[in-house]
Design a protein around this ligand. Structure first.
Ligand code: PGA
Length: 250
């Protein structure tokens, strides 16, 4: 059985004091869950968040990284730097990074390889735009993004990669894919992985859904057979709401 991974993506939100207060509030609310709880926070919150989350079941992640170890890359942060302070997860290729910061399938692939090499747990985002969905290209786009992201990885590396299927039209819009649509898109991603890496590998890969997940729809989405939890933006900014998503079975 694949574990459900519920990851918050705070995006560019929360100062360190807000991050500390949030995590202190969240700890007792999620301490009994069997689901994996992750918070992907801004770089400036990482160290504080790691300290407060120490000895709890809350894991801390970053929202981006560079593929080189070090060098003349002003403003960038490497996988080694994240790992060195105890960060466990990293989001790679979020659609906002693809849209506003020129992230491509090629840079996603480079970052993914590096994250795995260093021992970070990557959450790789794929998803179609509204235009692509309306022209019937959803499956083509998301399977291609998946294939290019995973190119050159070993079976073991693919198994360690988390994929987040996030239809771009559902991010921050309040519009959610129906549970059936999300499940079938994720099923196609799993299918593509099985074609290249075999059914066993595909069955082990955690694939989340993201895009306007909230406590009101989490149960319906996460109960689907192919959906292994979620990547949660807006609704992860409130500790009670996020804990209700983590505890969606209740
Ligand atoms: P949202 O964001 O939950 O606010 O739609 C999801 C994401 O961008 O990861």
């Amino acid at each position: 059985m694949r574990k459900k991974v519920i990851a918050g993506n705070w995006k560019m939100n929360k100062l360190p004091n807000e991050a500390i207060a949030f995590i202190e509030e969240l700890v007792p609310l999620v301490k009994n869950t069997k689901n994996e709880v992750v918070l992907c926070v801004p770089y400036t919150d990482l160290f504080y968040s790691l300290l407060v989350a120490q000895n709890t079941n809350i894991k801390i992640g970053a929202q981006n990284m560079h593929w080189e170890e070090k060098g003349a890359y002003t403003g960038e942060v490497s996988a080694e730097m994240l790992k060195s302070i105890g960060v466990e997860y990293v989001i790679i290729g979020h659609s906002e990074r693809r849209q506003y910061f020129a992230e491509t399938d090629e840079t996603v692939n480079k970052k993914l390889k590096k994250a795995l090499k260093v021992g970070l747990k990557p959450i790789v985002c794929v998803g179609e735009t509204l235009e692509q969905r309306e022209s019937g290209k959803t499956i083509e786009i998301i399977t291609k993004q998946t294939k290019l992201a995973l190119e050159g990885l070993s079976n073991e590396e693919v198994e360690k990669t988390i994929i987040a299927y996030e239809p771009i039209w559902a991010i921050g819009t309040g519009k959610t894919a129906t549970a059936d649509d999300a499940n079938s898109a994720i099923h196609e991603i799993r299918n593509e992985i099985s074609k290249i890496y075999g059914q066993n590998v595909a069955n082990g890969v955690i694939i989340q859904y993201g895009g306007s997940v909230k406590s009101a729809n989490a149960k319906e989405l996460f109960s689907m057979p192919d959906i292994d939890g979620g990547l949660v933006g807006g609704a992860s900014l409130d500790a009670t709401e996020f804990s209700n998503i983590v505890n969606y079975e209740k």
